[in-house]
Structures are given as C-alpha cells and as structure tokens.
Design a binder for this molecule. Structure first.
Ligand code: ADP
Ligand code: MG
Length: 502
C-alpha cells in the first residue's frame, strides 16, 4: 500500500500510509484506538475506497472496489464484529456469497473440504453445527475457515484476541503460524504490545493515521513500541505494595439477576471485597459482568440473594441509597451514565459532592469553592481540559474517564465498582487510571474491578474471581503464575477453590 489517505467527515483516518506485507510473515498493525488501523485494512479488503494512494499486489497495481475484488486478489479480512448468519450451519456460512453457486450445491463436498482445512490448520469446527450453537472463539474459527476455503493468500484479522481466552489466543497463534508456512501472510491488528511480541514477525505502528515506524519484532521491545504508539515515554508497571485487607466492605450473597432479554445473567454469585483490596472480575464479555455491577449499584433488580455494603443491606435499593452507603461507580458507558455532556467539567466533578461545605450550604452554591475543588481534581488526575468551565462533551475519551474516576473516587466512601475503567484509553491515560485505583486501595477503599483485560487484572488486582455464564467459577491470587488457571476458568472449567473465600 503506497500513500494511502482516507478521510471521513472531519477526520483524517489514514494520512499517506505506506505499508508492506511479505509472503510468509505475520505483520502486526499496532496503534491506539482511533489510530486508523481498521480503516487501513478496510481499504485493503475492499470495504472502503481510499481517497488517495495505490495498492500493489505482487508488483501489479490493482484497484479494489469491493470485498469480492479483494477475494479475487487473494485478500480476505475477519472483522471485529463477525459477519456470520446465526441460523445457518458452518458449511452454509462458508459458501455464502460465493460466486457461481446454485441451490444444488454439493454441501457434502464443502464439508469434506472444511474438515481437511480444519485438520491442516488446527481449526476444529463441526461443519454441521449451527452458528448460534458456537462459542465466540469457534465463530472466529469459522470466519478464518471461510477465508481459507476461498484460498486467500492474505488474512487480515482485526483485533482477534479481544473475544478469546488465553488458551484460545495460543491456539490462534498456532493457526497463524501454520497459515504462513503455506506461503501466505497475515496482518494482525492489535493495540496490545504483549500480543505483538508474541504473534508478529514485523510490526507497523500507526499513530494519528500515520505510519510512524516499522520494526522487526526481534529488533524492538515493548518499551520502544509503546513510545512509538503513544509518542512519549510510558511507565509499565504500576508500583504496588502487598495488599493488607481490612474488614469486609462488599458482601454479595447468592445474587441472582436477569439480563435485558429476561434470561438468567447471574446465578447465585457470592463474593466479598475487603477494605484495602482490589478484587478483579475476569471473564469473556457477556458472562454477567455488567449485570453484577448494575445490581450492586442499584441500577438493576436482583431476583435473589443479597448485597451488603459495610454491613448495610442495600439489595434492590435505589441508586441513591448505594451512593449514601459509599458506593462509587465507574460505569461502562461513560457518556450516557457517567457524565452530563452539556455541563462543565467543574459541575460534573461536583455532581456527587454537593454536600461538600466548601461550595454548597443547603441550596446556596459557592462557585469559587466549586472551582477550587475542580481545579484540585483536574491537577490531581491530570485531566486535560482547557479549563474547569469547559463542557465535558468536548473532552477526549481518556479525559472523560479520568473525570468520572476523579468524581467517583472523591465521593465514594468505602467501595468503588469500576467497570472496564481503561477500555478505549490510550497507554498514558491507562497508566494514570491504574495508579489511581491502586492509590485508592492504599487509602483503604474496597475496589471491585471488572475488566476484560487480563494484563490489567494481573497488574493491579489482589485477587481475581472468574465469572462464566453468570457464576463465579473460581478465585485465585493475582500473579502471573495463575494466568493458565484463569484462562481455563474463563472457558468454564471449575477449580477446587470454587466460590469466593472470605
Ligand atoms: N465509517 C466511519 N465514519 C466516520 N469516521 C470514521 C469511520 N470509521 C472510522 N472513523 C474514524 O477514523 C479514525 C480511525 O478509526 P479506526 O480506523 O477505526 O481506528 P482503529 O481501528 O485504529 O481504532 C477514528 O477517528 C474514527 O472515529
Ligand atoms: Mg479498529
């Protein structure tokens, strides 16, 4: 790809990007959220047309107008959101959209070929299974098989590990290794440094739509890649002392709840978080994490079980009651639930501290006190904003998250429920948020940290509970040694230490 430029209204998503992919390699395309990775690969796979630039395949200039054009050139992509038809079988999905097929298509032949490909590349899937019966990891295998069935030479995978357990990630590495020994090549999009080091032969780093560097993986390091990705030095490990847990702050007993579709989302979840402790909830998305946070913070009804905070029963109490007993909440959805876009940074920061006598006595507000309160938090949490009067809707994602965190941490009186607190944040903001969580723990707050990012949990949690299909299938101390164990539990395997020890 030479000089690829792609604009969206108001956004320069790709800015004269050059990118080379060689036969027999896995190329990582690394960059923070919004760096332009998906856009660039959507251009290559025919979903978008570039505004400028050219694409060459084996030295020939080509024009790719559609995904079908891309297939014909041997290029195929697995998108972040899979594009499978749930009510059809694996084999039917694989042949869907192939040119020149009739209804009398020989599915028997397709299935045989899929079994062969599955064996060849280590992609086991039953061709007769319906897609709705498959786990997310299996659906990803179907997407890959679909490309291999079309005999593509270039496989593009957009953030493929986001939905996988650690073991599935290892399996995927194996698959890609086998694929490239066949003279094919793969592009692996990610924002995780660890994965680049593990998966890729070379890495191209995008920042703000530009190609800022390309390196051989063996000649670079996570530190250098982080610097390239973010544009400055970054700290990696949050300094953390051993945990000294105090009394139980959050006690959840046999909690049950339904999801938005009315199906069981929590099935008798029990866990305890002590003062001065961070308990992480690990699990593949959609296993009850969201519902757990919502029930604890009073946003969703419990259909059974109890929630106590500092000894007070708050089961099915309104959210205000949770705030009164000292529950802070960093919600998953920052703008809709966490902040009021049209209000200023200062007002948002003060939302829960309205009883603070520095700026309010009864109905009387003292703007000077509120401004000072806001300025302290803006400095303390390194919130980048033109000033306390700026409306929060003009802040970037990382600064929105820091604003919520600042408010919730100062308002919370014992328990903080943080849901994906660093999702979508750049490396710098992630570092700040993680440090703040650990500092809060050290001040004696009990922190329940729900995260899909295992590295994050291993880095800052003291204990990790794994949730699978609405149940806590095990808990373990958070150290690197427990990674394998956690992975097995994320896939639903139970361990001896089942339930949450108190
Ligand atoms: N279809 C689209 N319409 C408008 N803007 C888009 C579209 N797709 C991506 N963008 C913007 O282009 C930029 C790059 O996005 P993307 O390629 O998705 O980044 P990445 O995959 O690296 O996270 C972002 O600012 C994003 O908001
Ligand atoms: Mg993307």
């Amino acid at each position: 790809m030479v000089g690829i430029t792609k604009r969206f209204p108001g956004v320069l998503a790709n800015d004269h990007v050059d990118l080379e992919l060689h036969q027999g390699e896995v190329l990582a395309l690394l960059g923070e959220n919004g760096a332009g990775k998906s856009t660039l690969m959507n251009v290559l796979s025919g979903l978008y047309r570039a505004d400028e630039g050219a694409i060459y395949v084996r030295g020939e200039r080509v024009v790719i107008r559609s995904p079908r054009d891309a297939y014909e050139l041997g290029i195929g992509m697995v998108h972040q959101n899979f594009m499978l038809v749930e009510t059809m079988t694996v084999a039917e999905n694989v042949v869907l959209g192939l040119r020149g097929l009739s209804f009398r298509l020989d599915l028997g032949h397709v299935k045989r070929r899929l079994r062969e490909l599955g064996a060849q590349y280590g992609l086991k899937v039953d061709p007769d299974a319906y897609v709705w019966q498959l786990s997310v990891g299996e659906q990803q295998r179907v997407e890959i098989l679909k490309l291999l069935y079309r005999d593509v030479d270039v496989l593009i995978l957009d953030e493929p590990t986001a939905v996988l357990t650690p073991q599935e990630v290892d399996d995927l590495v194996e698959v890609l290794r086998r694929v490239i020994t066949e003279g094919k090549a793969a592009v692996f999009i990610t924002h995780k440094l660890r994965e680049v080091m593990k998966f890729a032969d070379r890495v191209t780093v995008l920042r703000d739509g530009k190609n800022v560097a390309t390196r051989l993986t063996r000649e670079t390091s996570p530190d250098e890649l982080a610097r390239l990705m973010v544009g400055r030095e970054v700290l990696f490990r949050v300094e953390k002392t051993a945990c000294e847990p105090g009394d139980a702050v959050l006690e959840v007993e046999s909690l049950r709840a339904l999801d938005d579709k009315g199906l069981p989302a929590l099935r008798a979840v029990s866990l305890t978080v002590h003062a001065g402790e961070i308990v992480g909830i690990a699990g593949v998305a959609g296993n009850g994490q969201r519902e757990l946070a919502e029930v604890i913070t009073g946003l969703r009804e419990a259909t059974g079980g109890e929630v106590y905070v500092s000894g007070e029963r708050i089961t099915n109490c309104p959210p205000l009651r949770a705030i009164e007993v000292g529950v802070g909440h960093v919600p998953e959805d920052r703008i809709e639930m966490g902040l009021v876009g049209d209000m200023s940074v200062a007002e948002n920061l003060a939302l829960k501290a309205y009883r603070n006598s520095d700026f309010s006595r009864g109905p009387v507000l003292y703007p000077e006190g509120m401004r000072r309160f806001a300025e302290d938090l803006i400095n303390g949490f390194a919130i980048i904003t033109p000033g306390p009067e700026t409306q929060v809707k003009f802040l970037s994602g990382g600064n929105l998250q820091k604003t919520i965190l600042a408010r919730e941490l100062t308002a919370c009186g014992g328990l903080l429920v943080a849901v994906h607190p660093t999702r979508g944040l750049d490396v710098g903001a992630t570092e700040t948020v993680r440090k703040q969580l650990v500092e809060e723990r050290d001040r004696g707050t009990a922190v329940l940290l729900i995260s899909e990012d295992l590295d994050e949990l291993l880095e800052i949690a003291d204990r990790i509970a794994v949730i699978f299909e609405g149940e806590i299938v095990g808990t373990t101390v958070a150290d690197d040694a427990s990674l394998g164990e956690i992975g097995l539990m994320m896939a639903g395997e139970r361990t001896e230490s089942e339930g949450m020890a108190t």
